[in-house]
Design a protein. Structure first.
Length: 220
């Protein structure tokens, strides 16, 4: 299946990302095909929207059969420009960093962790997952030599601004930060911050709102 020609609307790009995880789950459970209706139910969109989105990437499916799941995943990944492995480095090998390094499915999903860094002498030299932890003093040089495309920052908040600056100086323009406070980065560096506490509070808030409760209400 070839990627369709022409500009893909931003709304469609956002939905293509949201389709990938369900499609991978469908593939993992052994299904060869999936219908637009099945995928629409999982992603809570209209089946006609699913079909139109896939028409932008040249995946029209077969009437009465549906879409080949594996081919559909490949088409979406080509459209989203990560049909080749995305090279990742993790800075900070604490609990979060270690969990990411030991994540078993990154390779299957198109992400390759090629380096990890920490400033603790006790951690430098350890093998975690598939990589050996390196000294953070060598960060810039190693990010460039490994052609890293995305850096995950999982360091204490006080260290994060300096790490972020060094990542930008090394020429990496994509950063995923687990530091709650925003990082001041150049305009050409894209930063997404993951605040676990805030997201958990947001989830509980919406659950309580549905039930007419207040956060903290529970067993007497």
């Amino acid at each position: 299946m070839s990627v369709g020609s022409g500009h893909i609307p931003n709304e469609t790009i956002d939905r293509l990302f949201s389709y990938l995880r369900p499609l991978m789950c469908v593939l993992n459970r052994g299904s060869v095909t999936v219908s637009s209706r099945e995928l629409a139910e999982i992603c809570t969109v209209n089946p006609s929207v699913v079909r139109k989105d896939f028409s932008y990437i040249g995946s029209l499916g077969t009437r009465g059969v549906g879409y080949n799941v594996r081919e559909l995943i490949e088409s979406i990944r080509r459209a989203l420009k990560f049909d080749n492995d995305i090279r990742i480095a993790v800075v900070g090998v604490g609990n979060i960093g270690r969990a990411l390094l030991e994540h078993p499915r990154f390779g299957f999903e198109g992400f390759k962790i090629v380096a990890a860094f920490d400033s603790s002498p006790e951690k430098v030299g350890q093998t975690v997952g598939q990589v050996t932890v390196e000294d953070a003093a060598d960060l810039e040089k190693r990010l460039q030599s490994e052609a890293v495309q995305l850096v995950i920052v999982a360091v204490p908040e006080i260290c994060a601004p300096d790490v972020a600056r060094r990542v930008g100086d090394a020429g990496v323009n994509s950063v995923l930060s687990f530091t709650p406070c925003g990082l001041a980065m150049p305009d050409n560096v894209n930063v997404t911050s993951v605040d676990l506490s805030l997201e958990m509070a947001r989830l509980v808030y919406h659950s309580c709102s549905q039930e007419g409760l207040r956060i903290g209400d529970g067993a007497a």
